[in-house]
Design a protein around this ligand. Structure first.
Ligand code: HSE
Length: 428
């Protein structure tokens, strides 16, 4: 006999709409391939125009969450509202009603997985969130199953489509930041408030979730160093390319002897690195495990159907498995007491200064780097100015501590011989 599973979708925006469309259009396909008949029993959204545009039948339109949760035909609740207001209330209520929840909400999972997973376990239902990180790229399932054999040593990811789209256009077309942001919003990549994308919050939430899974301990987002792309100057992207680097907003997690290091910031990587060719709204995660060595997952990290692909795959998993997969770590609000975090991490640096073009300046600048214990790999003065005018000076350093780089920058600014215009971390 065919198993029947009913789904409710809360929020029919970009991702919810894509989820509705996928479930409806692929219903026969799933029946054939999974021997399960997955039907959309209810949808909840205040915007009736959207429901009409998607062709949702009248009988499937719920008036409120109570109606959704009281429906005995609803087994799985999909939450695609976003944010931590009403979405948290609805997800909590669904889990309490013993409905399995599938969500695309990274902020919710990042900040409240410890609470929600406890309620899910208590009520013997599932909480699945593949779509919360990196859109259509199956990174959560990979971490839960595919690479479980390994101690994951590091992960570097381009996990935000909007910023990757913007940086790609700035790199290859010299495009204007604000214009490209508008385009990304039109294409449905950006968050409702694009600050979440461009200031790195979206990547930070995703890194918190992914590194918790990779390193088997809760990594609260408050431990993550975060810097976005809104201050990136197209000039630095161009200079970096002359040194053989490409600029990406990376989410980096490392599990080292000294502790766990987690950070999100614009990063120069060698243009030959596989992540350097991940362009437009595409995302990728590059993992290194002690047995498997390097693994890279690549795909669309944003957009209606790619994200719906992750949501619906979770729905299918929940509909076809009786066992429930929870996180691989003790899902607390904080990391265990014995877990150490490294905040003064090591990195190489690209530093652009503006200095007066006159005798002795270079010696003074290199002197400051030397006093701060920073070894220089390359130093280049960009195109000539008249004697006494200010010129750009680009310094590439060997690996040094973050605090040493900051110290050198403030000493240069205080010395009056130059101004630090840009500091960009470099990963080799
Ligand atoms: N705003 C996100 C991005 C969408 O640009 O990647 C998916 O989280």
């Amino acid at each position: 006999m065919v198993k029947r599973v009913g789904v409710a979708i809360l929020g029919l925006g970009v991702v919810g709409g894509g989820t509705y469309q996928t479930l409806v259009e692929h219903r026969d396909f799933y029946l054939k391939t999974q021997q399960v008949d997955i039907s959309v029993e209810k949808v909840l959204d205040l915007n009736l125009e959207r429901l009409k545009a998607l062709g949702v039948p009248q009988e499937a339109i719920a008036k409120n969450i109570e109606e959704v949760l009281a429906d005995p035909n609803v087994d799985i609740v999909v939450e695609t509202i976003g944010g931590i207001g009403v979405a948290k209330t609805f997800v909590t209520a669904a889990l309490r009603a013993a409905k399995t929840v599938v969500t695309s909400n990274k902020e919710l999972i990042c900040k409240f997985s410890h609470e929600l997973e406890k309620i899910a376990k208590h009520n013997h239902c599932g909480l699945y969130y593949e779509a919360s990180c990196v859109g259509g790229v199956p990174i959560i399932r990979t971490l839960l199953d595919g690479v479980q054999a390994n101690h994951i040593q590091s992960m570097m990811g381009i996990v935000n489509g909007t910023t990757n789209y913007i940086l790609t256009k700035m790199t290859y077309e010299g495009a204007d930041y604000a214009e490209v942001l508008k385009e990304a919003q039109k294409l449905g990549y950006a968050e409702a408030n694009p600050t979440a994308d461009v200031d790195g919050y979206d990547s930070m939430y995703k890194l918190s979730i992914l590194s918790s899974m990779a390193f088997h301990t809760k990594i609260p987002y408050t431990k993550i160093f975060r810097e976005g792309i809104s201050a990136v100057n197209v000039k630095d992207i161009a200079y970096g390319r002359e040194f053989g680097y490409t600029l990406k907003l990376l989410a980096i997690g490392k599990n080292t002897d000294k502790g766990i290091e987690v950070r999100v910031h614009p990063t120069f990587i060698p243009s030959t690195h596989p992540l350097a060719s991940v362009n437009d709204s595409f995302n990728a995660v590059y993992l290194t495990g002690d047995a498997v060595d390097d693994v890279m997952l690549y795909g669309r990290g944003a957009g209606a159907l790619p994200t719906a692909s992750a949501v619906v795959s979770d729905v299918i998993y929940a509909a076809t498995h009786t066992d429930i997969k929870y996180s691989t770590f003790k899902n607390n609000a904080t990391a265990e007491n014995n877990v150490k975090f490294v905040s003064d991490f090591e990195s190489a640096y690209y530093i652009r200064l503006s200095v007066e073009d006159k005798a002795g300046v270079l010696a003074k600048i290199t002197g400051i780097f030397g006093k701060c214990g920073i070894s220089i790999v390359q130093i280049t003065q960009k195109s000539g100015a008249e004697d006494g005018e200010r010129v750009p000076l680009v310094v590439i350093t060997h690996k040094t501590k973050e605090n040493a780089a900051k110290n050198a920058a403030s000493k240069i600014n205080a010395s009056g011989i130059g101004t630090v215009e840009a500091v960009i971390r470099v990963e080799e």
